[in-house]
Design a protein around this ligand. Structure first.
Ligand code: C2E
Ligand code: MG
Ligand code: MG
Ligand code: MG
Length: 280
């Protein structure tokens, strides 16, 4: 029977899906346990001003120290935490930890500590009713002034439905700064910039990668700094890995950058150390 052959194919296909669902459920349970037993850490990457490479902010990035598998990257577990909903609780932990750390650095390093901490917020968190209240309570609880917090969201997350657009407006109303992460790679349009209050465009690494390539042009990086300047927004160039890229960004008019060239994400960035300036 043709139908039977189709049925066989079906049966051979299904176990694969079951395995995938099993793996996802297992990972989800492990994430739950990881949160309960303190296996997550935050690391912080400098966001610097060009051309003097002074640290003006840090971005908090999560790391999972798995007892058996070692270090697991966020790309391998954040999507799972999003799908099973754990990101709401995990995200609250991230927010509290980052805000508390920023307050601690202000106390211990004074003026040398970066004024601002930038925290990634996922689509699911943003869509959740009451997320702006969670942020307000976290700020009150940790003592971090609202204007010292930057919330990083993607264009896709802002249009993810639920309360997302209203939440961005509420956060901005609180005094929290809004950054659009991976800007230029989402599925939205520049019209987004008129829909929600935005303070910072984080220009995606893919547009930084091409600016110094032979035969390539800096067309998009140039266009995006013009959009930011024209609308009175800050622009941060992401994923800057070389001095050449930093110099070129500077020449294009970028005043903020982030990337391995200036510092990798670490638990305790060196706020006093000598850094690589563009000129020199
Ligand atoms: P993102 O928010 O765009 O963060 C920037 C990513 O680029 C980080 O990867 C960072 O380590 C990496 N990076 C920074 N500079 C360079 C560079 O010069 N070269 C290269 N090749 N990479 C660079 P990471 O930490 O693995 O995070 C990946 C993504 O996972 C983040 O992208 C963000 O979307 C998500 N993520 C990380 N931490 C969190 C978190 O606490 N909450 C949420 N919701 N998402 C997070
Ligand atoms: Mg980010
Ligand atoms: Mg980014
Ligand atoms: Mg990115």
């Amino acid at each position: 029977y043709a139908a039977k052959a189709g049925g066989d194919r079906q049966r051979r296909y299904d176990p694969g899906l079951d395995d995938e669902a099993d793996a996802e459920a297992r990972l989800g349970a492990e994430l739950r346990a990881a949160l309960d037993t303190g296996q997550f850490r935050l690391v912080y990457q400098p966001i610097v001003s060009l051309p003097d490479a002074r640290i003006v902010a840090v971005e908090a990035l999560i790391r999972w120290h798995h007892p058996g598998r070692g270090l697991v990257n966020p790309a391998d577990f954040i999507p799972v935490a999003e799908r099973n909903g754990l990101i709401v609780e995990l995200g609250a932990w991230i927010l509290t930890t980052a805000c508390a750390q920023a307050v601690t650095w202000q106390r211990t390093h004074g003026a040398a500590a970066p004024a601002r901490v930038s925290v990634n917020v996922s689509a699911r968190q943003l869509a959740e009713p009451g997320f702006a209240d969670v942020v307000a309570h976290t700020l009150a609880g940790t003592g971090l002034p609202a204007h010292h917090l930057i919330v990083e969201v993607t264009e896709t997350a802002v249009f993810g439905g639920g309360q997302s657009v209203q939440t961005v407006k509420d956060l901005h109303q609180l005094g929290v700064r809004i950054a659009l992460d991976d800007f230029g790679t989402g599925h939205s349009s520049l019209g987004l910039l008129h829909t929600v209050p935005v303070d910072v465009l984080k220009v995606d690494k893919s547009f930084v990668d091409t600016i110094t390539m032979a035969g390539r042009h800096a067309v998009i990086a140039t266009a995006l700094i013009q959009v930011a300047d024209g609308l009175g927004l800050s622009a941060v160039a992401e994923g800057v890995e070389t001095a050449e890229q930093a110099a070129e960004l500077c020449r294009l008019g970028y005043r903020l950058a982030q990337g391995y060239h200036f510092g990798r994400p670490v638990a305790e960035p060196d706020f006093h150390g000598v850094r690589t300036a563009v000129a020199g």
